[in-house]
Design a protein around this ligand. Structure first.
Ligand code: IPM
Ligand code: MG
Length: 373
C-alpha cells in the first residue's frame, strides 16, 4: 500500500523521537511491502524562527494533501513565561487541529508489568488498567471568545459546545466501546452540576445511548473522575470528555503507566488524521539522545491502525513490549542503566524486521548502551 505522511518534527525532542518512528515505519514498509513517503513541514517554535508564523499555510496544505500527519512536540521555554508573546508555538498545534478539523483525540492508557515499579500507584491497583480517553479537540474553552479589558486587569475565555460537536465525537467513542477488544463501557466525564455546556453534553449523550444498547453508559463529575483515576483506574473502559477536561485527565492518567514518555495519541477528524505522543517538547533533553521515543513509536502504531494495517500495528506494539520486558529502556525509565533514544529506535525496527533472535544477543546490544553513569 502507498501512503504519504506529512512529518512535523516541531520543537525540543520532537525531531529525535519522530526520527525513531520513521525508522520503525520504514522497517514495517520493508517487511510488509508498503511504500511510505515522508514530506517535512514546519510548525511551532521552529516555524516561528523560520517564518515568523507558528503555523505556515504551507504546512496546512501539505497536511491536507497527505494520508496522515506524524507530529513530534511543540513548545519552547522562551515563550512560556512571556504572557505578552503574540506568536506562540502552541498556536501551531491548536491551528492545525482546527484546520484539519481533528475533533477527536484518542489517548489509550495501557500499563506494562515491567514498568509497574515506576508508577506512583501500587502494583495491585494497576492490574487490569486499560482504558482509552476520547477528548473533544476543536471546541470548548480552547477555542471560545477571549477577552482582556483595556487596563489588562480582567480576562475571560468563553466555553461553547453545540449538539453537533458533541455528537460527532460521542459517536466515535460509542463505536469504539463496542469493539470486541473493549468492555462495552462508556463514562462521560463532565461538570454538569455547575456548567451549562456540561449539561448539554449529558443530555446529548443520554439521547444517543439507546442507539448503542450494548454499551453501558455512566456519568462522572470531573473532580471525582480525577480522584477515581488514582483510586481505581481499572474501572474505566472508554472515557468521553470535553477539550479542557480531557487535556487535564489525560496527563494525569498517562503517569499511571510509569512514564509520560510512553503515551501515544491519535487525532481523528474530517481530513488527514494526526498522530503525536502526549508528552511535550522536553527542552532540557533536546539533542541529547536520551528522550523516550516510545510515545512517538506507539503513535506511529496508531497511524498503522488508522491505515487498517492491523498486523503491522500489532507487530510494532509487540516490539515495544519486547524492549520494555528486556530492560532496553531510556533514561526516564532507568536513570542508571539506560539506552539511547536512537538505540531504542534501532531495536524496535530490528525486531519488526525479525532480525532479533529469541535468544537476544545481549553483548551486541550492550555495546549500544549509554556509558554515562
Ligand atoms: C496537549 C497539549 C496541548 C493542549 C498544548 C501544547 C496546547 O497539552 O496536546 O495535550 O493543551 O491541547
Ligand atoms: Mg496536554
Amino acid at each position: 500500500m502507498n501512503k504519504s505522511i506529512t512529518v512535523i518534527y516541531g520543537d525540543g525532542i520532537g525531531p529525535e523521537v519522530t526520527q525513531q518512528s520513521i525508522k520503525v515505519l520504514d522497517a514495517v514498509a520493508q517487511k510488509f511491502d508498503h511504500h511510505f513517503t515522508y514530506d517535512r513541514a514546519l510548525l511551532g517554535g521552529e516555524a516561528i524562527d523560520e517564518t515568523g508564523m507558528a503555523l505556515p499555510p504551507e504546512t496546512v496544505e501539505k497536511a491536507l494533501a497527505s494520508d496522515a500527519v506524524l507530529f513530534g512536540a511543540v513548545g519552547h521555554p522562551k515563550y512560556d513565561n512571556d504572557p505578552h508573546a503574540k506568536v506562540r508555538p502552541e498556536q501551531g498545534i491548536l491551528g492545525i487541529r482546527k484546520a484539519l478539523q481533528l475533533f477527536a483525540n484518542i489517548r489509550p492508557i495501557a500499563t506494562y508489568k515491567a514498568l509497574h515499579h515506576l508508577s506512583p500507584l501500587k502494583a495491585k491497583q494497576l492490574e487490569n488498567v486499560d482504558f482509552v480517553i476520547f477528548r473533544e479537540l476543536t471546541g470548548g474553552i480552547y477555542f471560545g471568545e477571549k477577552t482582556l479589558n483595556a487596563e489588562g486587569t480582567v480576562a475571560s475565555d468563553g466555553c461553547t459546545y453545540s449538539q453537533f460537536e458533541i455528537e460527532r465525537v460521542a459517536h466515535l467513542a460509542f463505536q469504539f466501546a463496542q469493539k470486541p477488544q473493549r468492555r462495552g463501557k462508556l463514562t462521560l466525564v463532565d461538570k454538569a452540576n455547575v456548567l451549562e455546556t456540561s449539561r448539554l453534553w449529558r443530555k446529548v449523550v443520554q439521547q444517543m445511548a439507546p442507539q448503542y444498547p450494548n454499551v453501558e453508559v455512566d456519568y462522572m463529575f470531573v473532580d471525582n473522575a480525577a480522584m477515581q483515576i488514582i483510586l481505581n483506574p481499572a474501572q474505566f473502559d472508554v472515557i468521553l470528555t470535553e477539550n479542557l477536561f480531557g487535556d487535564i485527565i489525560s496527563d494525569e492518567a498517562s503517569v499511571l503507566t510509569g512514564s509520560l514518555g510512553l503515551a501515544p495519541s491519535a487525532s481523528i477528524g474530517a481530513a488527514a488524521a494526526l498522530f503525536e505522543p502526549i508528552h511535550g517538547s522536553y527542552p532540557q533533553a533536546a539533542g541529547k539522545d536520551i528522550a523516550n521515543p516510545l510515545g512517538s513509536i506507539m503513535s506511529a502504531a496508531m497511524m498503522l491502525d488508522h491505515f487498517n494495517m492491523t498486523a503491522e500495528a500489532n507487530l510494532v506494539r509487540e516490539a515495544v513490549s519486547w524492549t520494555l520486558t528486556n530492560g532496553f529502556v531510556t533514561k526516564d525509565i532507568d536513570p542508571v542503566n539506560f539506552y539511547f533514544t536512537s538505540t531504542i529506535g534501532d531495536l524496535v525496527s530490528e525486531y519488526v524486521q525479525g532480525k532479533i533472535p529469541d535468544a537476544v544477543n545481549r553483548e551486541n546490544i550492550e555495546l549500544r548502551k549509554s556509558t554515562i553513569i
